[in-house]
Design a protein around this ligand. Structure first.
Ligand SMILES: *Cc1c(COP(=O)(O)O)cnc(C)c1O
Length: 233
């Protein structure tokens, strides 16, 4: 069966491949996380039918209702802010958590992961643009806290993640993606920890993010269509 979602996925894959080639990398070095927030299971199944198995959600509540309704072989990542009272529920649902945005959250996930006997893979979210009131570590704060984060025995650090400021032009995001990569390079050098994953790029700008080194792009509306404003943020 051919759906609009299948066509969109094919287009996104070919743009990922083209952007990877432009940056001298292989298409298979960039994962596509299909962001299903705001969409019903039936819509997600259109992407499954087209071969997509990796999906993202931004809320634990929505994910815990949706995931059991979909095939068990699918893989899910959490990309939205995680409240400490939802950690225990989140841990068994997700492959990776992209949105560790404070030292306190890192500590709490580590503590609960120890109780649950798991080793969650996480990205540290960095507010690289320094936007007031946005989630994420300030880069200098993360430098300061990094040793303590490394000492948290349960956390497996996949890398860094950012969400650039809303932009009229996708090219405006490039500086923030390059900035995250450069910050990662510096932190990796200082600490000796590779931090090889860069979770960056959304529907408007994933090609630019890949050119700047993204290893996983989080793409929702370019696959599923525009979300209604009330459905998800
Ligand atoms: C919703 C969301 C996305 C996907 O946004 P699109 O513009 O629909 O691709 C990516 N990352 C995060 C953190 C999100 O909340």
């Amino acid at each position: 069966m051919h759906s609009a979602v299948a066509e969109n996925l094919a287009r996104v894959h070919s743009e990922i491949a083209a952007a990877a080639r432009r940056s001298g990398r292989n298409e298979d070095e960039v994962e596509l996380l299909a962001v299903a927030k705001g969409w019903q299971p039936e819509k997600v199944l259109e992407a499954v039918d087209a071969g997509q198995t990796l999906f993202g959600e931004n809320r634990v509540q929505e994910a815990s209702q949706k995931i059991p309704l979909l095939p068990g072989r699918l893989t899910w990542d959490l990309i939205g802010h995680l409240q400490t009272n939802k950690i225990r529920r989140a841990l068994p649902l997700f492959r990776q958590i992209h949105s560790i945005d404070s030292l306190e959250l890192a500590r709490q996930i580590d503590r609960i992961a120890a109780e649950e006997g798991v080793f969650p893979e996480v990205y540290l979210q960095v507010n690289i643009a320094g936007e007031i009131g946005k989630f994420g570590f300030d880069p200098e704060e993360l430098r300061r806290d990094f040793e303590e984060i490394l000492a948290l025995e349960r956390l497996q650090l996949a890398g860094l993640m950012n969400i650039p400021p809303l932009a009229a032009n996708p090219e405006d995001s490039r500086v923030h993606y390059a900035g995250l990569r450069e910050f990662r390079d510096a932190l990796a050098q200082e600490s000796g920890v590779p931090l090889s994953g860069l979770s960056m790029g959304m529907s408007e700008d994933y090609a630019i993010a890949i050119e700047e080194g993204s290893t996983i792009v989080r793409v929702g509306s370019a696959i599923f269509g525009a979300r209604r404003k009330t459905e998800a943020g």
